[in-house]
Design a protein around this ligand. Structure first.
Ligand SMILES: Cc1cc2nc3c(=O)[nH]c(=O)nc-3n(C[C@H](O)[C@H](O)[C@H](O)COP(=O)(O)O)c2cc1C
Length: 189
């Protein structure tokens, strides 16, 4: 029998640890799958909304993630009305589907001035647009990018639950919850 390429998938604890390894890699490695998760929120009319974001921080000890956004984007109103989000990653190298449920806190202004100061000039261009993100414009390029710390927002995602699927010779699925200290349970895939 060939060696198992993913021995970590056979135990709840090591599977959980591997998920965090992959998330943290996303923060530091532009080519990692978790670099660009899909962030889903609930729109004001109750419909789902999903979009690609960049994962900016991941901390296993507190089970929190961080995403930056433009405070004028639609997701801000959505998060104010319904401060919950789901984050999705398909990491094909690890054969892992990662689905995360989080409570979201939005931080702006002085609270995030230090993070703004650390952003390279090119990255700041993503925060500040005239007219504001999502507004109709008469022509595809009828907008200006104006970096503006006043519209720089940090989304702090406090994870509540993780649903992990590993596709191996035998598929495995596990659920982990903050409520039970991330001990995890196996589920039918
Ligand atoms: C590769 C990629 C990375 C992106 N990263 C971010 C990001 O980190 N934060 C963000 O708010 N939007 C990011 N966007 C843009 C969003 O996908 C989305 O278009 C924008 O935030 C407006 O979404 P909303 O109208 O639902 O708020 C990214 C888009 C792409 C294609």
């Amino acid at each position: 029998m060939p060696p198992d390429p993913h021995p970590w998938a056979s135990r709840l604890e090591s599977l959980h640890a591997e998920v965090w390894t992959r998330l943290i890699r996303g923060v530091h490695d532009r080519r990692a799958a978790a670099r660009h998760p899909t962030l889903a929120t609930v729109a004001l009319d109750g419909s789902p909304q999903a979009r690609t974001v960049v994962l900016r921080a991941a901390d296993r000890a507190s089970a929190t993630l961080r995403v930056y956004t433009d405070a004028q984007s639609a997701k801000m109103d959505e998060l104010q009305a319904h401060p919950h989000a789901a984050l999705h990653v398909w990491d094909s190298g690890a054969h892992l589907q990662i689905r995360l449920a989080a409570r979201v806190s939005v931080r702006t202004g002085d609270e995030v001035a230090g993070l703004w100061a650390q952003l390279p000039e090119a990255a700041r261009l993503s925060f500040g647009c005239t007219p504001a993100s999502g507004q109709p414009i008469p022509d595809a390029l009828a907008y200006r990018k104006v970096p503006d710390p006043a519209v720089f927002a940090v989304l702090e995602l406090r994870l509540q639950a993780m649903d992990i699927v590993h596709l191996g010779p035998q598929h495995r699925r596990a659920r982990y919850a903050r409520a039970d200290g991330w001990a995890g349970v196996w589920c039918a895939p």
